[in-house]
Design a binder for this molecule. Structure first.
Ligand code: IYR
Length: 231
């Protein structure tokens, strides 16, 4: 008979006062609200150690059955970045100019000022590609099932960009479509699929971002039961 695999350990996080919770929560919200997706990066180098910290933070995410079904590939080699830029631009050119994107998509993207050209893929110090592991390997080479892979990797990527922002770095959740070329260029195994391509660096000194606003709380939160309405 096998022993019970559930062997819990104590968990005793610090209990904060209400004031301390409010103070920390507000400060963290204000910090995160300053984050913007960036498409103009400085060429200033970013130490590998900062990328390692962001990946370690990403990897603290919860995941289906704790399978941690992600791989973060960190690219700094100029030749590989150039290859990725060329392949991404080829796909993007087909999407933007070759009629692959429907009219409504082009309209939806117009306020963001994007086009098929992605020079930042070559000039930014790091490209980090998050791969989802649609299955894993057992030690004997057979397939091991993963669970809630998209949700798990999405959570890890959210923590990744939060960590970068906290360190004063900028990124973009770039999804050139289709992204299969990343599997080939980066020589990833058959169980992995590209999920998001993150260019990572410091924002360029003359960086500009689209003038967009976030939805107010009332538009994104619903209270059940509803709070009493003023007369
Ligand atoms: N992948 C393309 C198009 C694009 C799609 C969405 I949805 C965006 O929010 C932004 C861009 C590109 O990167 O240009």
């Amino acid at each position: 008979m096998s022993s019970d695999p559930y062997r819990p350990i104590p968990y005793r996080p610090e209990r904060l006062s209400r004031d301390e919770s409010r103070r920390r929560g507000e400060a963290f919200y204000r910090e995160m609200d300053r984050r913007r997706s960036v498409r103009f990066f400085s060429e200033e180098p970013v130490p590998k150690e900062l990328i390692e910290t962001a990946i370690r933070t990403a990897s603290t995410a919860p995941s289906g059955a704790h399978r941690q079904p992600w791989t973060f590939v960190a690219v700094s080699d100029p030749e590989t970045k150039l290859q990725i830029r060329q392949a991404a631009e080829e796909e993007e050119r087909r999407s933007y100019l070759g009629g692959r994107m429907p009219e409504d998509w082009l309209e939806a993207l117009a306020p963001l000022g994007t086009d098929w050209q992605k020079p930042f893929l070559e000039t930014v110090p790091w490209l980090i590609v998050a791969f989802e592991q649609i299955w894993s390997f057992n030690p004997d080479g057979s397939r091991r099932k993963n669970y809630y892979v998209k949700e798990s990797v999405g959570l890890a990527c959210g923590l990744f960009l939060t960590a970068l922002h906290h360190m004063g770095l900028a990124t973009l959740t770039h999804t050139p479509s289709p992204m299969r070329f990343l599997t080939e260029i980066l020589g990833r195994p058959e169980n992995e699929r590209p999920y998001i391509l993150f260019p990572v660096g410091y924002p360029a000194p003359d960086c500009q971002v689209p003038d967009i606003q976030r939805k107010p709380l009332q538009e994104v939160a619903v209270w059940n039961p509803k709070p009493p309405q003023p007369e």
